[in-house]
Structure formats: structure tokens, C-alpha cells
Design a protein. Structure first.
Length: 159
């Protein structure tokens, strides 16, 4: 009996030590990647906040340029020259971490750009792109609601 108590943990450790390491391709989440043609990384946007909608099984991240980041941190009203982008993904199970959820396929990317010269004359330009290829949605139904939702996001607490 004592031999089994000693041998069993040793066998478990040996089997764990012999498990294969994941390939680099397994570590890259291709489902969540934006198309290279969109040039999102060249926009120089920074994370402002993130959220999860458990009912819909989605997760979103709000990005913004430096002006948008500073405006939201200070709690100021919208200024001309802000660029905001909210990306929403369908959640999926993380195969590397039990119980974790990570971004899956891209559902949408919403862009807001503000223009104007005076504080009372700020205009918002809204575009919504959908699907993996980020196709521009031309239907404007609900755009005002989306704009209000994005502009109302509070920044995450950052050092």
C-alpha cells in the first residue's frame, strides 16, 4: 500500500513532465485578429476600457487616441479631434486555461471621430464595421444609441 502511495504521485509528475508544449500557432488567437488591411495597429490607439456582456457572450475593448484617453480620464466633455474605436468579439473558451474566456471571432468595430472648432459645435462621425472582414454597415438605425453608449464609457483605472 505504501508503494502505491509513493508510486502514484511519481507517475503523475512524470506524465505531466512529458506533455507536449503547444505550437506557436496554438498560442496565437487568429479568430480575434483584425484584418491587416484595416491597419488598426497603425492608428496608435490605446486601451481606455473593456467590458463583458455575459448575456450575449461578448467582450469589448474601447480604444482611443491620446486626446480621447485624456478627456475620458479627466471626465471632460468630448473635444474635437478625438478618435474612439470599440471592438466587440464573441467569447470562446481558452484551451490553455480551464474556465477562462477569450475573444473569439470579431463581431464589430465601431469608430467615432469628432470634429468642430467650438465646444458647443462638436460633430461626431460614426462608422460601424461588421464581421471578420470588417465590412462597413450602411444601415444607420440605432447609431445615436451606439454613439451615446461609447461616449459614456468610463476609463479603466490605470497606473
Amino acid at each position: 500500500m505504501k508503494a502505491i502511495n509513493i508510486l502514484l504521485p511519481v507517475l503523475i509528475l512524470l506524465s505531466a513532465a512529458c506533455s507536449k508544449h503547444p505550437d506557436d500557432a496554438d498560442l496565437m488567437n487568429e479568430d480575434a485578429a483584425l484584418p491587416a488591411s484595416f491597419n488598426f495597429s497603425k492608428m496608435g490607439l490605446k486601451v481606455i476600457s473593456s467590458s463583458i456582456n455575459q448575456k450575449r457572450g461578448t467582450m469589448s475593448t474601447l480604444y482611443g487616441n491620446d486626446l480621447a484617453l485624456n478627456t475620458t480620464k479627466a471626465g471632460n466633455p468630448v473635444h474635437a479631434g478625438e478618435v474612439l474605436a470599440m471592438i466587440t468579439w464573441k467569447q470562446k473558451e481558452d484551451i490553455h486555461w480551464f474556465g477562462a474566456r477569450i475573444p473569439g471571432k470579431v463581431l464589430s468595430l465601431e469608430m467615432i471621430k469628432t470634429t468642430g472648432e467650438q465646444a458647443g459645435n462638436i460633430k461626431t462621425h460614426y462608422q460601424r464595421f461588421e464581421g471578420k472582414e470588417l465590412v462597413l454597415k450602411t444601415d444607420t438605425t440605432g447609431n445615436d444609441q451606439h454613439i451615446r453608449y461609447i461616449l459614456a464609457q468610463q476609463p479603466s483605472v490605470m497606473p
